[in-house]
Design a protein around this ligand. Structure first.
Ligand SMILES: Cc1cc2nc3c(=O)[nH]c(=O)nc-3n(C[C@H](O)[C@H](O)[C@H](O)COP(=O)(O)OP(=O)(O)OC[C@H]3O[C@@H](n4cnc5c(N)ncnc54)[C@H](O)[C@@H]3O)c2cc1C
Length: 407
């Protein structure tokens, strides 16, 4: 098989990774769901990397093998005992698999290392604090005893931010510290613990009349592509962006207040929208990647969740035009939402050469035409430019895409 055969498709793996395998650490998403490169991408990869079909016949370095290395913790046993007594024995992990899982993120470098069974930079102990008081005691102990301390939310870091390069203690915030602490419908704010994952936050807000006893349903509006497997705390300390940030703002625009456990005690920023004093500690702590303290709670603005006002049409740069129209149509058929921004516009646009549009009458907004700009990695620039053009030409208001298509 030296030539490219149109019918050839690599034997992509469709078996869930074994529980303690290397692959179980790096596989993204639901272990039982699989998404393979389509034929176009496969052909592109072959050409770009000068590979042939036969290079794909026999999978190698799949990471399906079970982790069989045993690397005992190097922390002295009296430290292990002291830390155990803070969080309780059930919230302590010392086995190599748990320590490796906690240390590696989702960067290409992590994936390659796991495929090649490179095990390095493990924390000596993984702790799951139950509450802020646990975090306080752990931070104090580690500080006094000069033990390195790392924090992890969802572990979706692509910058090796969770890697325990000096061993020591890893805090896993996602296990217990994932609850709602406060909801204020008058101020339209919610305060949650840092370890809450995106889907749980949206579930609670979208169903707020039931879950929070509120009058209306809400959304947080922050949808990074790692949404399903990243935590609110992770969004804040990495100063993250989402696919709807052009409308709702980036995370630093959504965060009102933060609570950190630092070496000097608790730092709590006030939950006011604006202050006439400085420096602004909210901004200083945002994006600090855990270097200035452990983020334990966050107060976020919330926005009305209005799935009923969605309309759909398509506008995009030329290369993706056909696909984007199909995408919007298929989303409508499935009553699904394309991950894009939607703009109600007063009349059919005559934007510079590159755009097309489907006229649709949304049920509520008095607008005949809507522009939905699909946003994916390839068209991000086109997205931003088209959005700006629409804003400038029509003084349009953007509508979040986190709304379903109802027609
Ligand atoms: C497929 C994929 C898509 C992605 N898409 C986006 C995107 O669209 N937008 C975007 O901004 N990022 C994106 N990322 C990067 C990553 O998902 C984000 O940085 C995310 O916000 C990290 O959240 P996390 O909970 O997974 O944090 P982790 O990976 O667990 O940690 C990230 C960093 O924050 C620190 N940290 C975590 N929690 C705390 C805490 N409570 N207190 C103190 N420090 C803490 C960690 O020590 C580490 O330095 C993507 C990553 C992947 C793998």
């Amino acid at each position: 098989m030296t030539k490219s055969h149109k019918s050839f498709s690599p034997p992509w793996i469709e078996t869930p990774p074994p529980v303690t395998s290397y692959r179980s650490i790096f596989k993204w998403g639901n272990p039982t769901q699989f998404k393979h490169p389509n034929q176009g991408l496969y052909t592109y990869l072959k050409n770009a990397l000068h590979l042939h079909d036969e290079d794909f016949v026999q999978p190698s370095q799949t990471g399906m093998e079970t982790l069989d290395k045993e690397l005992p913790p190097r922390l002295a046993s009296h430290h292990l005992t002291a830390l155990q007594s803070i969080v309780g024995v059930e919230n302590v992990h010392l086995d190599t698999y748990s320590r490796l899982r906690a240390s590696y993120g989702k960067a290409m470098f992590d994936l390659i290392r796991l495929r090649r069974h490179w095990v390095e930079n493990l924390p000596d102990i993984v702790l799951a604090p139950r509450r802020t008081e646990d975090v306080k005691q752990i931070v104090r102990y580690c500080n006094e005893q000069h033990i390195p301390l790392y924090v992890r939310g969802g572990g979706s870091s692509v910058t090796r931010g969770t890697e325990a390069i000096r061993g020591g203690v890893m805090l896993d915030m996602s296990v217990h510290m994932n609850r709602v602490l406060d909801f204020n419908e008058t101020n339209q704010t919610i305060t949650v613990q840092a370890g809450m994952f995106g889907p749980e936050l949206e579930r609670i807000l979208n169903h707020a009349p039931k879950t929070l006893n509120s009058q209306y349903a809400y959304t947080c509006g922050h949808f990074p592509q790692s949404f399903e497997y990243s935590s609110v705390g992770g969004w804040v300390v990495t100063r993250g962006a989402g696919q709807n940030s052009t409308y709702y703002g980036k995370i630093e625009d959504i965060v009102l207040a933060q609570e950190y456990v630092t070496l000097r005690g608790i730092l709590r920023t006030p939950a006011y929208p604006r202050q006439a004093t400085g420096p602004d500690f909210n901004q200083i702590m945002l994006g600090s990647e855990g270097c200035f303290g452990v983020l334990t709670a966050v107060t976020l603005k919330v926005f009305r969740y209005l799935p009923q006002i969605a309309g759909a049409s398509a506008i995009s740069s030329k290369p993706g035009r056909k696909r984007s129209v199909q995408r919007v149509k298929s989303c409508k058929a499935k009553k699904d939402t394309p991950q894009s921004s939607a703009y109600p516009i007063p009349r059919k646009p005559t934007l510079p050469c590159t755009c097309t549009i489907l006229p649709i009458r949304p049920p509520i907004m008095p607008c005949k035409y809507w522009a939905i700009i699909p946003c994916n990695a390839a068209y991000c620039l086109a997205h931003a430019m088209a959005a700006e053009a629409i804003r400038a030409t029509y003084n349009a208001t953007s509508i979040p895409s986190a709304v379903s298509m109802k027609h």
